[in-house]
Design a protein around this ligand. Structure first.
Ligand code: NI
Length: 200
């Protein structure tokens, strides 16, 4: 099972991250109600190109996240990569709700690293060219503030079930590009979570 998210840090490693206050950094995603807090994101490829799970894109995405986190830390609570979109749950440091800059930098770095070889002429408008945007990402994305631990958990469940919801696999555990596997190892989910007809 390929686990491309591992280099980003397991949840329990991140719990010791000094950038986050103690109240946020406890197991099971109990969190303080602080500015910043936790957010659910959906980011989609331009024209729904089915490229995100390809190895070069995964590598570029992983590198971009690591670089951006160095200056602008955030905790990744959950992540799923699908061919044409991704869902993520992040927790930001106290007094920081600037996920917009983080996403802008991540998307730009991925575009830059992939370079010309990944430019889709059909999606490459003059406006995108002028702005140096490339043709990989849709400009807009969707974000949703998660008000409490139950809301975080609900969205993590939604996120991890997503490959089944989109008909890509029959069991959650069969989709490799997801934080599900780490969370099973951390004891957050049973390995057979939401598998079989009863789970859907
Ligand atoms: Ni989805």
């Amino acid at each position: 099972m390929v686990d491309w998210l591992t280099p980003m840090g397991r949840p329990r490693t991140l719990l010791r991250d000094a950038a986050f206050p103690r109240e946020v950094s406890v197991p099971h995603y109990r969190r303080a109600r602080v500015p910043g807090g936790s957010f659910f994101f959906t980011v989609v490829t331009e024209q729904r190109q089915r490229v995100l799970t390809q190895a070069p894109v995964r590598d570029a995405l992983r590198a971009a996240i690591q670089e951006v986190r160095r200056d602008r830390p955030f905790r990744i609570d959950g992540w799923v990569l699908l061919p044409d979109h991704l869902h993520a749950v992040w927790t930001l440091p106290v007094d920081d709700d600037d996920y917009a800059t983080r996403w802008r930098l991540i998307k730009a770095r991925v575009t830059r690293q992939l370079g010309e070889g990944f430019r889709n002429p059909d999606a490459m408008t003059a406006r995108r060219q002028a702005k140096g945007q490339g043709s990989l990402w849709q400009h807009r994305y969707w974000e949703h503030w998660l008000r409490d631990e139950a809301d975080v958990r609900h969205h993590l469940d939604y996120l991890h079930f997503n490959p089944v919801k989109h008909g890509l696999v029959e069991r959650v555990a069969d989709w490799p590009w997801s934080s599900f596997h780490q969370l099973v190892r951390a004891g957050v989910y049973p390995g057979d979570w939401a598998s079989g007809a009863a789970g859907s």
